[in-house]
Write a protein that binds this ligand. Structure first.
Ligand code: 15L
Length: 266
């Protein structure tokens, strides 16, 4: 049997770095694409140094690929031009390359900031309509729409994950992280569920651990086979003396993104 080949864009970024060792499997080759230099650990990894905005490079990177996990792009607020180019046009370039190469399964990284101006006390099903908090959030809403389009037009299985906060621990995030944390191990469990689910079609799901203070719905991810085993609450004592979000940051899903200046890299 030939190996399953999974292309990960943005593999040297925050989430990519956490997922890379966790998504290694016997019988799987990870093709790791990033602008930053990377080194293959062994023959189960292939390195591609390229931008998601480069159509030729993306076409070559998609050759022989069974599934694609698209994490590449700006992961925070940036200028409108940079956000449009890398996140929106870049995702279009990635999806076009995947379609042309016959990649039938695509997982796209969206973010809680696509719905950052939804209130924390409202119901938050995974398909809550977009209420972005930044240009970055707008780009994530556009990525969700592009994924939907490529499923409807071309029959590709496209799963879009609205990621909460995926870091080694919730500690750098402060108390908000007790709500939004997606543990790296749960992240890997979620990506594995997205790769394995039979014929999912188009799905929009939340990416979060089963945190005691969770406000995002998990039922849509669980319907794909995801089971969270982590809870940020185990870090609560270590965050007890840190200031809780206040004002707008406390009222809305996007927290501090809701008041950060638009278009300013942070
Ligand atoms: C995101 O979408 C960012 O990529 C990440 O850096 C975190 O800030 C996260 O959201 C969050 O909301 O904590």
């Amino acid at each position: 049997m030939t190996d399953q080949r999974v292309l990960i864009t943005g593999s040297a970024g925050v989430v990519g770095t956490l997922m890379r060792p966790r998504l290694r499997r016997p019988g799987r080759v990870l093709r790791l694409l990033d602008l930053a230099p990377q080194t293959a650990s062994d023959a189960s990894e292939e390195i591609v140094t390229a931008s998601v905005t480069d159509p030729e490079a993306m076409a070559a990177a998609c050759e022989g690929v069974d599934a694609l996990i698209h994490l590449g792009g700006h992961s925070r607020e940036n200028s409108w031009e940079a956000t449009l180019d890398v996140n929106i046009n870049g995702t279009h370039t990635v999806l076009e390359a995947a379609r042309a190469a016959g990649v039938s399964r695509v997982v796209l990284a969206s973010s809680n900031h696509a719905v950052g101006f939804r209130r924390v006390d409202e119901d938050l099903p995974a398909d809550s309509s977009p209420r972005p908090d930044t240009y970055y959030g707008v780009s994530k809403a556009a990525i969700e729409a592009l994924g939907s389009l490529y499923h409807s037009r071309f029959g590709m299985d496209v799963i879009v994950i609205r990621i909460g906060s995926c870091f080694e621990t919730p500690l750098p995030l402060g108390p908000r992280g007790l709500t939004t944390w997606l543990s790296p191990d749960d992240g890997a469990r979620l990506f594995e569920a997205c790769l394995a689910a039979p014929s999912p079609g188009y799905r929009l799901i939340w990416g979060v651990s089963d945190n005691t203070r969770r406000i995002y719905s998990l039922k849509e991810a669980e319907a794909l086979g995801y089971k969270s085993l982590d809870d940020a609450e185990v870090y609560a004592d270590q965050l007890a003396d840190k200031p809780a979000p206040a004002g707008i940051a406390a009222e809305y899903v996007g927290g501090p993104f809701c008041t950060a200046p638009l278009g300013v890299f942070n």
